[in-house]
Design a protein around this ligand. Sequence first.
Ligand code: 5GP
Ligand code: ZN
Length: 120
Amino acid sequence: MADPESCVFCKIVGGEIPAIVVAESDRALAFRDLNPQAPTHVLVITRDHHTDVGALARADPAALADLVALAARVAADEGLADASAGGHRLVFNTGAGAGQSVFHVHGHVLGGRPMRWPPG
Ligand code: 5GP
Ligand code: ZN
């Protein structure tokens, strides 16, 4: 399930699967989720394949910092940078039991509606 050859997000990075890209950096890509759960729902991924956020943190902390910075830029571009602008949530589902279905690290940038706590 973490095989880069069959990974849907590696295919988006490679241009084999289309996506609505909203921002990018040398090391990360941000595109709209196919099945949005909020008015803003953008996925931020590394160009390189890593299974989840913990694996990325261990293998390449600078790439994780770049991913989070790109997520913050997306939130700002969407008008969700901070509390006065409504805020946003950055979520990394990790493991199938926590809702991870694509095993290529991705942060969900969610906003544009009230966010409940605790999450479901
Ligand atoms: P997870 O459940 O792993 O945390 O999140 C995976 C997300 O990827 C889901 O929200 C799902 O809608 C999204 N997704 C899955 N396949 C594609 C795709 O081919 N294109 C886009 N844009 N999003 C996808
Ligand atoms: Zn991948």
